[in-house]
Design a protein around this ligand. Structure first.
Ligand SMILES: Nc1ncnc2c1ncn2[C@@H]1O[C@H](COP(=O)(O)OP(=O)(O)O)[C@@H](O)[C@H]1O
Ligand SMILES: [Mg+2]
Length: 275
């Protein structure tokens, strides 16, 4: 709504997980290198956890946009399906053609594809987001997929991404075999306090029309302190509050935002600061 007023080409604080806006925070970069390492070394199963809104999905999309052509990928946004449907989705997302109705046919097709890709020197990555929703039988299915290997390497690298309860699920005794195969684990933490201002300016710059990188709005250091108080560094909450602030600025012809504005916006979105 305020895009034109500030001369933005896009809303800077959208809550979608657009990789164009990716900010290289220390934790996100760390997560990124763990994932790249696990993929390049073909280590099998990798797990990324983090609270809601810490940037897990954005991290996945950024990873997908940066992998080269020799890495074939499938990205499952939410695994709320039966295990056969899940396999069908994986096969489809990998770009394998044909209709496969049962698990046996699906597994055979997938196995053939993985061997072909391996012969061509390619790697294959499957990312499952919201993996805390996976049921035990689906996790068992995933363990079976991770069994596919040559003498040296795993044919399929699987990244399970989810909220912290995913860890509890993987610790169940019935899933011990899967749990033991997890090679990389990373827990994404919120932004550090001193990264918040840079994060905001980064998003404003990406959204800005201006070629010389001029940012049309300013958040005072008191505003940044208030943002930290309410968000504890969680990007999603920062976005919600900054979006509100810009809307308020548009209605009141403001381009500089102080802590008062942030307090007001936090009240409006029902955000309370907890110790
Ligand atoms: N490193 C980052 N750079 C830019 N924006 C980010 C980053 N991390 C999170 N965000 C933003 O925060 C919001 C929530 O991120 P998301 O990836 O959906 O979190 P999660 O999947 O952990 O719930 C999105 O609007 C996203 O663009
Ligand atoms: Mg997500």
């Amino acid at each position: 709504m305020y895009k034109k007023y500030y001369n933005f080409k896009e809303d800077p604080f959208n809550v979608t997980s657009d990789p164009e806006f990716f900010f290289s925070s220390s934790h996100h970069m760390d997560a990124f290198s763990h994932l790249l390492y696990g993929i390049q070394e073909r280590k099998g199963i990798l797990v990324v956890t983090g609270e809601i809104g810490t940037g897990k999905t954005t991290l996945c999309r950024t990873l997908l946009s940066r992998l080269d052509q020799s890495v074939k990928t499938a990205f499952i946004l939410n695994p709320n399906f039966s295990d056969t449907q899940l396999l069908q989705l994986i096969v489809k997302d990998l770009g394998i053609e044909g209709v496969y109705k049962n698990k046996l046919a699906l597994n055979e097709t997938l196995n053939k594809f993985l061997l072909e890709q391996s012969t061509m020197g390619n790697n294959v990555v499957l990312i499952i987001d919201e993996a805390q929703n996976l049921r035990a039988n689906q996790l068992e299915q995933i363990r079976l997929l991770s069994n596919l290997e040559t003498e040296k390497n795993k044919l399929l690298q699987i990244i399970l991404v989810g909220q912290p309860e995913l860890i509890g699920k993987l610790n169940l005794t019935s899933l011990r075999q899967l749990n033991q195969r997890i090679f990389v684990r990373y827990h994404v933490l919120p932004l550090k306090k001193d990264e918040i201002h840079k994060y905001i300016n980064h998003r404003l710059k990406v959204a800005s029309q201006s070629k010389n990188g001029h940012i049309p709005v300013k958040f005072t250091s008191e505003a940044i302190d208030a943002l930290y108080l309410y968000s504890k560094g969680t990007p999603r909450l920062i976005n919600i509050l900054c979006d509100r602030a810009l809307l308020f600025g548009y209605a009141n012809e403001l381009t500089t935002f102080n802590d008062e504005v942030i307090y007001k916006c936090a009240r409006e979105v029902g955000q309370t600061s907890s110790p």
